[in-house]
Design a protein around this ligand. Structure first.
Ligand SMILES: [Fe+2]
Ligand SMILES: [Fe+2]
Length: 179
């Protein structure tokens, strides 16, 4: 049984603070995609949706003269590193299982290779799922970071994911009990 729900992660003031920067609508959409990909690739849906929800919490705002400067961002950004560390600290603070917190943090660290030197990364299925989910919601010029969402709708969508994940856990448990 998981210790922490997506709703608990989503509602935390630290999550809210940093998701305002990178876009709540993007975070929710990526969590929903991560759920679908996790089912498809047989990955832990709880870890995948939490990593997806938090994948961009490390973003810094790269503004120059009031406008987002893509070049400045490309050159200096380490949002995956910062996000992994931030998410891990938050998850441990709210009582997440330590192993789950590590899995989620590493998936966030590897959701993009934009900050790494050229080369091949060999991703685990969970990390692949979060990367695919992020890509699925991507829009040109980083527009996915500016999509707006009503806070109530965001919470409804998070709750719907929680219900599906809980149902699944119960289903898995009862199917194991029947073996
Ligand atoms: Fe990202
Ligand atoms: Fe993203």
């Amino acid at each position: 049984m998981r210790k922490i729900t997506l709703e608990q992660v989503f509602e935390h003031p630290i999550t809210q603070k940093y998701l305002q920067r990178s876009g709540i609508a993007h975070a929710i959409a990526v969590a929903e995609y991560a759920y679908i990909f996790a089912k498809k690739y047989n990955v832990n849906t709880d870890h995948a949706t939490k990593a997806a929800l938090l994948h961009d919490v490390g973003h810094y705002t790269w503004y120059r003269d009031g406008e987002w400067d893509y070049e400045l961002y490309r050159e200096n950004d380490i949002h995956a590193i910062k996000g992994a560390s931030r998410a891990h600290k938050l998850l441990i603070r709210i009582g997440e299982d330590r192993h789950a917190a590590k899995e989620i943090a590493v998936a966030i660290l590897l959701h993009t290779d934009s900050y790494l030197p050229e080369g091949e990364l060999h991703l685990k299925p969970l990390q692949q799922v979060v990367h695919l989910a992020d890509e699925a919601d991507e829009e040109a010029d980083g527009n996915h970071h500016y999509k707006k969402i009503d806070q109530h709708i965001a919470l409804e969508r998070i709750r719907a994911l929680d219900i599906q994940i809980d149902r699944e856990e119960k289903g898995e448990k009862s199917s194991k009990e029947h073996v």
